[in-house]
Design a protein. Structure first.
Length: 426
């Protein structure tokens, strides 16, 4: 079939068995020419088919498609058309209504850019599929693209914000199958560094294993495993300012629950579904710092792409531990143990995390090691190690899983370790 016929035939197929609106006809040639809306393309094609009719060609289409067309030669009895048989009147009736609904729904949100997404109803999907089957798909555009664009243009005019395909602040999903609009708001990400000044606190909110947050006897109705967390110390002023209900904490590694972090650990906190995006970070930082358990500094705006970077960064760290041994410390052995500075440890996955991590042997270097007696059984250990060094296991030996180790070097056994992260070498 020559291409001229192909294009006319596509329009004719659209007009078979009922009225088709300009948009639905024009969408079949959406890939041809720019600077036209599909409705304009449809108008042209309708006129072209009308010309063929007027020239005497016998074409099997529903004549209501030519209501109001003035033929010179052909006798066409065009009844007043009903709704478009393909979009069921969507482009004539619903586009404005949906644009207004989006404008209303986003009214209380701060945003600069938006995008429209559409989930078409099963009826629309079926009508489109049938049309493509009969009319061909060479130059078509999916109906949802046209809905997104047409509603988007109107929303732009209503709310004076920009339609943005790349990184919209808000996506309004027109769920035509369920006749509802769902807003998806891009998270606001804040980078900062934190200090954790107390022990016995995890980095992130940790829901109760038993009830998953509902509250049960195990968690005494709190719904979580620990009273609070670094996240819960940081988030309250941020959630309030961003009018968000939930945050996600992305730390650059994490210290154990019983370990303090006196060095400043990089993190990103993500405000999920925020209604406000412009935040006074200096003010928020000082509000967070009213907490006695957690301090933050260097709070600044970040992006989603920074999350992976922060999470995967590997920094050397300096630790300080106070270790209590079972027996008195031997000064000669202590002097010998100082030679462990510079050693590369072979560390099998510690027993305490073996249930959730693969059992393998890691090599990590102890770059600096200082040992100082604080009492007959008490030792201060200052250690700078490569990222990922298991410090407690280096001290205790972890039943021979870390070699070499301090306990073996001192021919002693560890009773207690209190550990602090002193410095994160960013
Ligand atoms: Zn239509
Ligand atoms: Zn519970």
């Amino acid at each position: 079939m020559p291409v001229s016929e192909k294009i006319a035939q596509a329009a004719i197929e659209a007009m078979k068995g009922g009225y088709a609106c300009d948009s639905c006809i024009g969408r079949l040639a959406a890939e041809l020419l720019s600077g036209f809306s599909n409705a304009e393309r449809g108008k042209i094609l309708r006129a072209y088919v009308a010309m063929l009719l007027d020239a005497g060609e016998n074409i099997d289409v529903d004549k209501s498609n030519f209501y109001g067309v003035k033929f010179r030669h052909a006798k066409v009895d065009a009844a007043k058309p009903g709704k478009c048989r393909i979009c069921k009147g969507f482009f004539s009736e619903r586009v404005d209504e949906l644009a207004k609904a989006v404008a209303k729904k986003t009214k209380d949100y701060e945003f600069r850019t938006f995008l429209i997404g559409t989930v078409v109803s099963p009826e629309l999907a079926k009508a489109e599929e049938e049309l493509w089957h009969n009319a061909g798909v060479e130059f078509v555009e999916p109906i949802k693209n046209e809905i997104n664009r047409e509603v988007g243009k109107r929303v732009e005019r209503l709310v004076h914000k920009k339609f943005d395909l790349k990184m919209p602040d808000i996506v309004a999903v027109l769920d035509l199958a369920h006749d509802r609009i769902v807003l998806q708001t891009r998270s606001v990400y804040l980078y900062g560094r934190y200090q954790k000044l107390v022990r016995g606190m995890p980095q992130t909110k940790w829901l109760c294993r038993e009830c998953k947050g509902k509250g049960c006897p195990r968690c005494k109705g709190k719904g979580k495993m620990y009273e609070t967390s670094v996240q819960e110390n940081i988030e309250p002023p941020l959630l309030k300012a961003a009018k968000a209900k939930e945050s996600r904490m992305h730390g650059s590694g994490r210290e154990d629950i019983d370990v303090r972090c006196l060095g400043w650990r990089p993190f990103i906190i993500e405000m999920v579904r925020p209604m406000v995006r412009t935040l006074d970070l200096r003010k928020l930082q000082s509000q967070v710092n009213r907490s006695r358990k957690v301090k933050v500094r260097g709070l600044k705006l970040a992006g989603k792409k920074d999350v992976e970077e922060v999470k995967s960064a590997r920094y050397d760290k300096t630790y300080r531990a106070e270790v209590v041994f079972e027996k008195k410390l031997d000064d000669k052995l202590l002097r010998a143990a100082r030679k462990l500075q510079g050693v590369t440890l072979k560390q099998r996955t510690p027993q305490r995390v073996a249930h959730r991590r693969a059992d393998l042997v890691r090599s990590r270097k102890v770059k600096k090691l200082q040992l100082r007696k604080l009492g007959s059984r008490k030792l201060e250990v200052k250690l700078t190690g490569e990222a990922g060094v298991y410090v407690k296991e280096f001290i205790s030996g972890d039943n021979g899983r870390t070699e070499p180790n301090l306990a073996t070097a001192l021919k002693n056994k560890v009773k207690k370790i209190q550990l602090d992260v002193m410095k994160i070498c960013v």
